[in-house]
Write a protein that binds this ligand. Sequence first.
Ligand SMILES: [Zn+2]
Ligand SMILES: [Zn+2]
Ligand SMILES: [Zn+2]
Ligand SMILES: [Zn+2]
Length: 431
Amino acid sequence: MVQKGETILVEKPFSYVLKSTQRTTRCDYCFFQRELKKCSKCQYVYYCSQNCQKLAWYLHKLECDNLRKVFPKTIPDSAHVLIRTILKLKVIKVKGHTHDAEKNRSFQDLMSHCTEIKKDERRMDHFFSLLIILHSFFGEDEVPEKDFIFELFGKMCINSFNICDKYMNSIGTGIYLNASIIDHSCDPNAVISFDGTTIVVRSIQNIPDVRWENIRISYIDVLNVSKNRKAELNSMYYFLCDCNLCKNETNDKLMNSMICPDINCNGYIHIEKSSKEVTCNTCKIMIEKEKIRQYFDIVVISDYHLKNMKNKEMAYINVCEMLLKKQGGLFYELNIYRIRILDLAFEECIKLQRWNDAIKYGIQLLPGYKKYYGFYHPLVGLLNMKLLKLTLLKNDLNEARQYFEEANEIILVTHGKTHSLYRTLHKILYE
Ligand SMILES: [Zn+2]
Ligand SMILES: [Zn+2]
Ligand SMILES: [Zn+2]
Ligand SMILES: [Zn+2]
């Protein structure tokens, strides 16, 4: 029996790389942000201490010369993960054992889904572009066989984790031999977090029979309808999700719903393109055709702008506010388009230091986050933590207390007392 909030697994990566965009701001070995010194030979990687440099040397010495030739260009992250994995396997082979230290699983145990990948044009294009990079990196005499690299590529695609900082920003990629055994659910009973490069898996509910096959984490962002979640999982990991949320499409109705026009009714109206007659789930009032048409028009506009902002990796606050205004009085508070736009508007207002608006959007965002991510989720903890900071800026101590309590309750379960996010949370309150 594992209790809610207990650690299930703590594991160092088999191989990993820091994102190239973080190269000069974080230590290549431990990922912490401290004062850095670069490797004097390659000028490519940076370390926070002599100790980290020493610990990294067993592997870095095999890439240092080649990295020097690449510099000042950078290697794409996925190519670098492959390179480090090849080198790590080389080191292990020389040491005479295939198992990595005291790990239960070996690299050979990882799934590679080679058959599916061969049929996947997008992945094959990626593979051939990586192959060219690896040939020029290692040189024709040193580069491993194509089939061997393909096997590693498959294992990397299926088993890599995005390593995140405590604020859930991706800062690197790692392959974890044990953590990669854990299956996916859109309604998981465990969550992952990172402490530097170490992955930590913790339970978010009591798990009576704690075997690997009973533990589930989420591989994707679950803020999506089941049809899209399934498509994403199938294209990334080649399986069809049959978790409870996907099987009976729970939540999908809420994600596509309109608010009841009767202001005294708290109901919602589920709307689909095919539905001819739609009524409120609570008061059973019938919705006029004109309203439904209006709803779909705004869905189309919202979807267009969301995709556009995602492609540009930029949110425009005036676009978000225009959409929220159009959705107002029509979209249910748990409607997925509303939540996604509130999410962007919230982050943009923080960047622009528009604190009052940020609080307004953050408060509207909370119910959706809790509903779809589940209460014990790092992102729900972080949202409460951001609202805590914002309300403190406004000296609203009663409100702040409430966000602190909730963030504290969540982070104790998802991260635990020893994680730096827990300390950060308590520091905010006492400063
Ligand atoms: Zn370091
Ligand atoms: Zn070097
Ligand atoms: Zn699912
Ligand atoms: Zn109603």
